[in-house]
Design a protein around this ligand. Structure first.
Ligand code: HEM
Length: 419
């Protein structure tokens, strides 16, 4: 059997997606994503109901935007579509309030984003690239040739965690704490990292304690390249420690924002190149394609399936009346498969001319602040993989994450082949 031959299951999903009444379609159902069966449902919505209302779901009633243009239109319209407090379909009622600018509207959003943006400025990234490359090389050199192992754990998680530790200048030996806190922050439901709300709070307070100690340590040292040092010594941020939850919120946003997303792009790239071997061949013959391939992998994978907004007033889009207070999901995962924008959208095409036009990083004032960092990390990883291994072979079906937000993998069994 062809390893990636899920045609029969997909055909079944397609028949169901086409036959079910439109108003019964609920694309927020996480079961679709864990089985990778969401595609046919989005395809139908793009064709027949690009602004679609689902009146009953696990998350209550919500609207879905599934086409490229409407997604960008709403993402750009922060005045009428708010990010305040909740940015995914599932409402989070959290007593442990940690303000993060991704879930704020202007003017607060703009001021806070500006304060940390230097940490991912091109000049900072250029300084960090060498260390990131060296550490990536070390991980890749430690991998066994010819044996089956889980790429997610040994490579994607480890690489992402090391890169985060480098950027934050967090103690390298304690780096897995960053992965842990990111899992805790995300609710721990996927990873099982937390047992209860109290447990989550306790873990996050420990995290605050660790980062507070780090702040004081960096304050004693001359200005360095890591993010914490930048906050400590930056003119507009040097008082942030007097507002501990804001400090923690900003740090955690970078940890969470850069964790699952980059991790799943590293795994997704390996999977996609195996699914389309002619593209792997193209890559081997022309490594100069890596930068464009990175954009295409991020489009193909779409690590964050959706972001949500809340309508501030009644608004009509494509003849549909969205009411004040309604939840609106922008399905980036569908916008990136919009056949009117991307030819053969299901395929990975590493020299796709408009790969960079994808909406995986969002659009408008909240557009991913770490996008250049993510691209640099992925470029470095592939530049280091290519000379080491002829083929990173996927040898079994991936185990996917059950989530309608984080689109990614728990397991990806691979075997490495030497040149
Ligand atoms: C492939 C990797 C990544 C993807 C696909 C991704 C995706 C996204 C998306 C979809 C948003 C929300 C955009 C919107 O609402 O319009 C976002 C925001 C954000 N991301 Fe990323 N991200 C990635 C990597 C990173 C990295 C490495 C960092 C930093 C270390 C980061 C930090 C942030 C921050 C701070 C925000 C909030 C921006 C704001 O609200 O102004 N991301 N990202």
């Amino acid at each position: 059997m062809d390893l990636f031959d899920n045609r029969e299951a997909l055909e079944h999903a397609r028949r169901r997606a086409e036959s079910i009444p439109l108003d019964e379609i609920d694309v927020s159902n996480a079961n679709l994503f864990v089985n990778d069966m969401q595609g046919p449902y989005f395809e139908r919505l793009r064709r027949e109901a690009p602004v679609h209302f689902c009146k009953e779901s696990h998350h209550g009633p919500y609207w879905s935007l599934t086409r490229f243009h409407e997604i960008k239109q709403v993402d750009a319209d922060h005045e009428r579509f708010s990010s305040d407090t909740n940015i995914t379909l599932s409402d989070q009622y959290d007593e442990f309030v940690m303000p993060m600018f991704i879930a704020m509207d202007p003017p607060k959003h703009d001021a806070q984003r500006k304060a940390v943006t230097g940490a991912v400025a091109p000049a900072t990234l250029a300084k960090l690239e060498h260390t990131i490359r060296e550490r990536a090389g070390r991980i890749l050199d430690s991998l066994p040739i010819g044996e089956t192992f889980n790429w997610v754990d040994r490579v994607s998680i480890e690489l992402t965690t090391q890169m985060l530790a480098t950027i934050l200048d967090f103690p390298f030996e304690e780096r897995r704490k960053l992965t842990h806190w990111s899992d805790v922050f995300s609710g721990g439901t996927i990873s099982g990292a937390v047992r209860s709300r109290e447990h989550r709070e306790q873990e996050l307070l420990e995290c605050l304690e660790r980062f507070t100690a780090l702040w004081h340590q960096k304050a004693e040292e001359p200005p360095g390249e890591g993010l914490i040092s930048m906050l400590v010594h930056g003119d507009s941020t040097k008082d942030m420690i007097t507002r501990p939850m804001e400090y923690l919120g900003n740090v955690m946003l970078l940890v969470v924002g850069g964790n699952d997303t980059t991790r799943n792009s590293i795994s997704g790239g390996v999977l996609a190149l195996n699914r389309y071997p002619s593209e792997y061949k193209k890559l081997r013959e022309n490594p100069a394609l890596i930068p464009n391939m990175v954009a295409e992998i991020i489009r193909w994978q779409t690590p964050l399936a959706h972001m949500r907004r809340t309508a501030r007033e009644d608004i009509e889009i494509q003849g549909q009346r969205i009411r004040k207070g309604d939840k609106v999901a922008m399905w980036y995962i569908s916008g990136n498969r919009d056949e009117t924008v991307f030819a053969e959208p299901e395929r990975l095409i590493i020299d796709r001319p408009n790969a960079r036009a994808h909406v995986s990083f969002g659009y408008g004032i909240h557009r991913c602040m770490g996008n250049r960092l993510a691209e640099m990390q992925l470029r470095v990883v592939w530049e280091e993989i290519l000379p080491r291994f002829r083929w990173v072979e996927v040898v079994g079906e991936p185990v996917r994450i059950r989530s309608n937000v984080i689109h990614g993998y728990q397991q990806l069994p691979v075997r490495l082949h030497a040149h």
